[in-house]
Design a protein around this ligand. Structure first.
Ligand code: PLP
Length: 472
């Protein structure tokens, strides 16, 4: 690889390994140089061979090389400076932190049991009901609504969601306070922009917490400030003394510990937000999936003036739908809508109307009820399997959602268990993958959404074996 700030001294084969003089040369030279830059064989600031030298090496006319350099300069790949030749352009600044690798990034790998803590069981997706709703949307949507507009989301969906969230989550929301999003992730980005536009800089996050949240906040040029969680939820005193301008929390079921925010902390958190003039983002990602009793109502219902409620279909239906929503204080709706429009020009109307139809026909409620039953049974299976083969371990955070935390016996090396399980075909993450500043006992985060019953049992057996080898 060429060091930056130097002149490229390698051979043309190194620069253009696929060079074939019998194929169109201009196109080859252009795309070959672009690829070399993208792949880092040509580093930022590296000086390219002179047009005369490269033309001679490749056996092409000098004009062709000059034209190519000019083209790539116009595209921003190269910069030409009088006296110092043509160089690779410096790279634009990227986000301050590298993107976390998403646990499901590699996609399904044959023969591997993936305990990814984020996705529902694919077989549960209500394909019939969804097709019916989508078809109806396609058949009935007015021509005029095939264009841009309705940046808060399709009117039908805002109406149906306001009713649903009021009934199921105790939210205090009118349809015109809702802005739909491309999943929670975009909702969080919009929230960050609301914080920044009022001069905010620091955002409290849960530690341990959802890694994508910390990364998204940092990539929005804000500081993510990790605040510890105990068995009553996030430490609100630490938020109050942390000089932060906003907080992102999962009050119903913290990710990944599965702790519910205690009632007095809910009151303290909203009192802090009011006093400080701060906004709180409530990530309500899996609240509908509760297995022992109904979920606690949302925080937003307690303080709709300072809490933004964020929801998503990623746990109840499927991540691929990329559909979520924000319920905002009235005075922030227009700004959030403008942000949504600026991000991607608004939501996919067919999908939104299909979901509105699922809500108003009762199909979504039926689907959630059936899902709860299935996951309750799966959770029982997991508890039983752990009790049988890992009697010294404890399963925590099991009241709801699609994952649980398996606390390993003290002295177990978390990373070693993960590596050994991986070698035996079970992909699992550790609590360390979700932790920033506040270390915790060795634990695994077990997603029981995607695997089948048999896979889940096998995975627990593999983990037990791996844990027994990793005891110090
Ligand atoms: C804590 C948390 N929030 C939100 C989401 C949903 O994100 P999205 O709607 O962007 O798919 C997830 C999914 O894994 C999650 O774990």
């Amino acid at each position: 690889m060429e060091k930056s700030g130097t002149t490229f001294t390698g051979t043309p084969e190194l620069l253009l390994p696929d060079w074939n003089p019998s194929r169109p040369r201009r196109a080859q030279l252009e795309s070959g140089l672009r690829t070399a830059i993208r792949e880092g064989r040509l580093r930022p600031d590296t000086r390219l061979p002179s047009t005369r030298a490269l033309a001679a090496e490749l056996g092409v006319s000098r004009r062709l090389v000059v034209d190519t350099y000019e083209q790539l300069t116009a595209e921003g790949h190269l910069v030409a400076r009088r006296g110092s030749g043509t160089r690779v352009a410096p790279q634009p600044p990227g986000p301050r932190q590298p993107a976390p690798s998403h646990p499901a990034e590699a996609g399904p790998q044959p023969g591997v049991i993936d305990l990814f803590a984020g996705a529902p069981e694919p077989a549960l997706f209500p394909r019939r009901a969804w097709s019916r709703a989508l078809r109806r949307a396609v058949e009935t949507l007015a021509d005029s609504r095939l264009s841009y507009g309705e940046f808060g989301g399709a009117e039908e969906l805002r109406l149906a969601l306001a009713e649903h969230l009021g009934r199921v989550r105790g939210a205090a929301v009118e349809p015109n306070q809702i802005v739909t999003t491309s999943g929670y992730q975009q909702g969080l980005r919009i929230f960050c922009q609301l914080v920044r536009s009022r001069g905010g800089r620091r955002v409290a996050i849960e530690d341990p917490g959802y890694p994508i949240a910390a990364w998204t906040i940092e990539s929005e040029q804000l500081d993510a400030v990790p605040i510890p969680i105990d068995d009553r939820g996030i430490d609100v005193d630490a938020i109050a003394s942390g000089d932060v301008d906003a907080a992102v929390v999962t009050p119903a079921h913290s990710m990944p510990l599965g702790v519910a925010l205690a009632p007095e902390r809910r009151r303290e958190l909203t009192a802090w937000a009011r006093e400080r003039g701060a906004l709180v983002l409530e990530d309500d990602y899996d609240a509908e999936l509760r297995y022992d009793r109904g979920p606690t109502g949302c925080l937003q219902g307690l303080a709709p003036d300072v809490v933004v409620l964020a929801g998503s279909l990623s746990k109840t239906l499927a991540p691929t739908l990329r559909l979520g929503w924000l319920c905002l204080p009235g005075d922030r709706v227009t700004e959030a809508m403008a942000q949504r429009a600026a991000f991607d020009g608004g939501g996919p109307r067919f999908t939104e109307i299909a979901f509105a139809e699922m809500l108003s026909s009762g199909a979504f409620d039926r689907h959630v009820r059936a899902s709860r039953q299935r996951y309750r049974a799966k959770r029982a299976l997991l508890l039983e399997a752990v009790a049988k083969v890992l009697p010294d371990a404890r399963l925590k955070g099991i009241a709801g959602g699609l994952h649980a935390v398996l606390e390993l016996p003290p002295g177990t090396d978390e990373k070693e268990v993960i590596a050994a399980a991986g070698r035996a075909g079970v992909k699992v993450q550790g609590l360390g993958d979700y932790t920033l500043d506040h270390p915790r006992p060795p634990s695994l985060v077990i997603g029981y959404g995607p695997p089948s019953d048999r896979e889940l049992q096998r995975a627990v057996a593999v983990i037990a074996e791996a844990a027994s080898c990793a005891r110090r």
